[in-house]
Design a protein around this ligand. Structure first.
Ligand SMILES: NC(=O)C1=CN([C@@H]2O[C@H](COP(=O)(O)OP(=O)(O)OC[C@H]3O[C@@H](n4cnc5c(N)ncnc54)[C@H](OP(=O)(O)O)[C@@H]3O)[C@@H](O)[C@H]2O)C=CC1
Ligand SMILES: N[C@@H](CC=O)C(=O)O
Ligand code: NA
Length: 850
């Protein structure tokens, strides 16, 4: 009985129902110690609902201890007495820790009284050597009686008006088969009204798990009983919400131990929760959902150890709601697996059109008590295939062989085959019912991961698609399908080739921006590999960019381009792959076609592919147009400046390019902007190199080759079919230094030629002119030139500073005044930034929100 009985106007109190009530359920771990009970009391007090009903389980392990008492007593093991003392001690110590004088005395007296009773009952069991079900139910239910009383006293101690409820006085249930009971709602409601009229409190702490039969015999609600108690109470009170407190953040889209990408679902419909729980997801047992479902009361699953997590709400329908971070079209809510299964395949021509075959098969299965988990039969009716737990398959096969002996001997049935080591993979989601293509996507993901499907079942409710796969493929299958539905389609596996000046700056920019991209634009960039000429660093998930340099030193392997690409692209769980070539190597460029053919996107600042042999270039561009793999190379001209995209924009919108001219070299721009008579030419060259403007070998800049490559790239982009050798180039590398073995040697010897360059500069200056290294694409005349020219000091080319590039497009539309792009055209940050914006362009082509 409740320990606080109100004297006032007992008979007049009506049971208030509806929105005012909020129901909470705390499982054993939530009330497993004094500290946890304090925490629970706080949560109850923090809920500002007008009325609260709190269902509690026994303190953790207590129910097991109680069952153990029965086992011991039944098997005449004296140690049940000591075990009962341990139960007493656990509750006594908790009460001493939490309760104060009067409440403590009252509770301890009740506890000792209960323990004495139990001792007597267990003694009777000990003598009889047997415990009836009702005896057992009576004994084990004490854990809830004690936890509810302790918690009620604690809440009251904290100043909240509160009664505890022995649910056996209220909840009436009838047995419904083994391990099931059916609540009697009418009778329970009547009793609840009576109980409430005697205990009209705003906060009630009720025992979970226990109830009474219609004959008032104590019983339990069986497995997951406390959740069921909470759901029934929620229904009886027509509560606004039932919160089930557990130790997980909610219901996950897949088992997070198997799928690291699994996310907590914000909402699930009752049906989805139902399906997920069947497949072993850590959700409520289906029967606990039924009571609240009829009144459309939401159930929220929350983590008591992580109050900041909002949990998962199970409610009427989540069909129209969009999950945050989930793809709009994501129609599958969750994936689950069941292991240790075997398939049984009964096959034969004699089955088709013979009524009763299925019934005979499943009758034989039933006779051996096996549980059929999935059934599939094609309409040709030549075979029936079903899954049973592996441990039951031997008996099932034997029963079928014996039942169909005659048909097997006569050849009407060809076989009863057992396929062991199977697992079920189920996809669950209410929206699947109305979304074409879900199963196509599912099977496509499995096919890509090279997983064979042994059997398939989908009911016409379409809430789940069940597949049978080989046991050893199961986790891989789960990950493959989960990533297909759950990873944003702009999740991109990246491989960075060449972590030199530009590559490493890009990696640092990616590191700094990754979180923003993921959060704001749903772009999830994962660097799966970084390779130089000697060392490569690989990862299965993604490299931690805050310490990629250290990791490269610690975990770097010998570089192997094929293996590198296989690692970055071979990951079946990430929908897209991009390789970013930050080398200046033509051998790397020679792989582009092959990579595009494999569906790998490419981004590069390396000019070698677009300025290399014409036939190779044309093949690459043709392949790019044919394939769905993208190839972006903005940083090959003008670094981060929008040169390529501007030109492509003009061409794609139908403008006609007449002339492109300008200063295309950041290095040469810097050199001639700063070679003003104050320093030697060679000194300024070294400055340009140190500033990161030059090519890995600065002779590529000084020779004019780098500018010629850019001229070729723009010329080809404009439709001219030119080779690099078609461009006359005026080299600034003295003849004798062209054969130097290294860039260092060249730079060392360069000062010998300073005088020649000083003279050129002075001659120009004497005429009021400056030296500028200029490239021209003369589209009208189908040619290109690269030369050192002299310009008047008021010419736009003379107005530049730093590493500025200036590029003027004269076109049909921009004929009077050219379209001019100007700004720093070399340097690590601007170049890496240009590559980065190509990566984001790729993401937006792949569907990232703008
Ligand atoms: N600097 C700038 O302003 C601009 C540069 N660019 C282009 O950016 C690219 C990179 O330049 P930058 O960073 O200065 O050059 P670096 O010399 O600093 O770096 C090149 C990187 O490429 C690696 N590498 C070379 N060959 C291979 C190969 N076969 N396999 C794997 N890795 C390889 C090198 O590895 P390892 O260290 O092992 O030798 C090194 O890490 C060049 O193509 C350049 O033209 C484009 C626009 C502007
Ligand atoms: N070395 C190049 C870098 C950009 O392409 C230059 O100086 O412009
Ligand atoms: Na550019």
């Amino acid at each position: 009985m409740a320990d606080v009985v109100r004297e006032t106007s007992i008979e007049k109190v009506q049971l208030p129902k509806g929105e005012t009530w909020s129901v909470h359920k705390f499982g054993g771990t939530c009330v497993g110690s004094s500290d946890r009970l304090r925490n629970v009391a706080e949560i109850i007090q923090d809920d500002d609902s007008e009325r609260k009903l709190v269902v509690v389980s026994a303190m953790s392990k207590v129910t097991d201890m109680m069952y153990d008492l029965i086992d011991k007593a039944q098997s005449r093991d004296d140690s049940y007495i000591a075990a009962l003392d341990a139960v007493l001690e656990k509750h006594r110590l908790t009460a001493l820790d939490l309760l104060q004088v009067d409440d403590l005395a009252k509770f301890l007296s009740r506890l000792h009284h209960d323990i004495d009773n139990l001792k007597a009952m267990l003694h009777a069991i000990y003598i009889a050597g047997h415990a009836t079900e009702s005896f057992t139910d009576f004994v084990v239910g004490h854990g809830e009686l004690w936890s509810a009383q302790i918690l009620a006293s604690l809440v009251r101690k904290n100043g909240t008006d509160c009664n505890w409820m022995d649910a056996r006085e209220v909840l009436i249930v009838s047995p419904a088969g083994s391990n099931h009971v059916d609540p009697d709602y009418l009778e329970s409601e009547k009793r609840l009204e009576k109980w409430f009229s005697q205990n009209p409190s705003r906060t009630i702490i009720a025992t979970g798990f226990i109830a009474s039969t219609p004959q008032n015999i104590p019983t339990t609600l069986k497995r997951d009983g406390s959740d069921f108690s909470a759901a029934i109470m929620g229904a009886l009170f027509r509560a606004r919400q039932v919160t089930i407190w557990t130790d997980v953040d909610g219901v996950y889209s897949a088992d997070p131990r198997k799928v690291s990408e699994a996310v907590v679902l914000k909402t699930l419909s009752y049906q989805e929760a139902w399906e997920m729980s069947y497949f072993g997801a850590n959700v409520l047992h289906p029967r606990t959902i039924i009571p609240v479902m009829q009144y459309e009361i939401p159930i929220v699953i929350r983590n008591i150890f992580n109050l900041s997590a909002p949990g998962t709400m199970i409610c009427r329908s989540s069909v129209n709601e969009l999950e945050e971070g989930q793809r709009l079209e994501s129609s599958v809510k969750g994936f689950a697996t069941i292991d240790h299964l075997a398939l049984v395949n009964v096959e034969g021509t004699g089955m088709a059109g013979v009524p009763g075959t299925a019934s005979a098969i499943f009758a034989a299965v039933k006779d051996v008590g096996a549980n059929v988990i999935m059934i599939s039969q094609a309409s040709s009716e030549h075979s029936v295939c079903f899954a049973v737990p592996e441990k039951e398959v031997g008996a099932v096969a034997k029963a079928l062989e014996s039942r169909f002996r005659q048909a097997l001997d006569a050849g009407r049935l060809s076989q009863v085959a057992v396929i062991p080591n199977c697992s079920i993979l189920a996809a669950v989601g209410q929206k699947m019912a109305s979304t074409p293509g879900v199963s196509a996507t599912l099977f496509n993901a499995l096919a890509k991961a090279n997983i064979n499907v042994r059997a398939i079942a989908q009911g016409c409710s379409e809430y789940n698609i069940t597949l049978v796969v080989k046991r050893e493929d199961c986790v891989r299958a789960l990950r493959a399908v989960h990533s297909r539905f759950y990873l944003s389609r702009t999740t991109i596996a990246m491989g960075i080739i060449g972590p030199g000046l530009i590559g490493s700056t890009l990696l640092d920019q990616l590191r700094d921006q990754a979180a923003v991209l993921k959060e704001k634009f749903k772009i999830d960039l994962r660097v799966m590999g970084i390779t130089g000429t000697k060392t490569m660093l690989l990862s299965d998930t993604s490299i931690d960019l805050t310490k990629w340099r250290e990791l490269q030193k610690e975990k770097g392997e010998v570089a192997d381009l094929e293996e590198f690409v296989r690692n970055v692209h071979g990951n079946h769980f990430i929908p897209n792959t991009v390789l970013v070539d930050c080398t200046s190597d033509s051998i790397i460029a020679s792989h582009y076609c092959n990579w595009l053919r494999r569906g790998i996107h490419l981004i590069t600042p390396n000019k070698k592919a677009n300025s290399g042999p014409l036939d190779q270039y044309l093949r690459l561009r043709a392949l790019q147009r044919k394939s769905y793999a993208h190839y972006f190379y903005e940083a090959t001209v003008g670094a981060g400046l929008p040169i390529i995209s501007t030109l492509q924009g003009l061409l794609e919108t139908g403008d006609k390019i007449l002339l492109i001219e300008g200063i295309f070299s950041g290095t040469l721009s810097y050199i001639f902007n700063n070679f003003i008579g104050t320093r030697a030419f060679s000194e300024v060259v070294v400055e340009a190199k140190e500033a990161g403007y030059t090519e890995p070998d600065p002779r590529d800049d000084l020779s004019g080759t780098d500018v010629a490559r850019k001229v070729i790239i723009l010329a080809r982009e404009s439709g001219l079919k030119l080779e690099l050798s078609d461009i006359p180039v005026q080299s600034l590398v003295p003849e004798l230094l062209r054969g130097c073995a290294s860039a260092e040697e060249y730079l060392q010897q360069l000062p010998q030629y300073d005088h020649d360059m000083s003279k050129k500069r002075q001659d120009a200056e004497d005429q009021g002119e400056v030296l500028r290294y200029v490239g021209v694409v003369d589209v009208a005349n189908k040619k290109g030139t690269v030369e050192l020219g002299r310009y008047k000091k008021d010419h736009p080319f003379a107005q530049l500073s730093g590493s500025d590039n200036i590029i003027a497009f004269t076109t049909e539309r921009y004929k009077q005044q050219p379209l001019i792009v100007r700004g720093p055209g070399a340097g690590a940050q601007v170049t890496a930034g240009g590559i980065f914006s190509d990566i984001l362009r790729l993401a937006s082509y792949l569907g990232a929100p703008s």
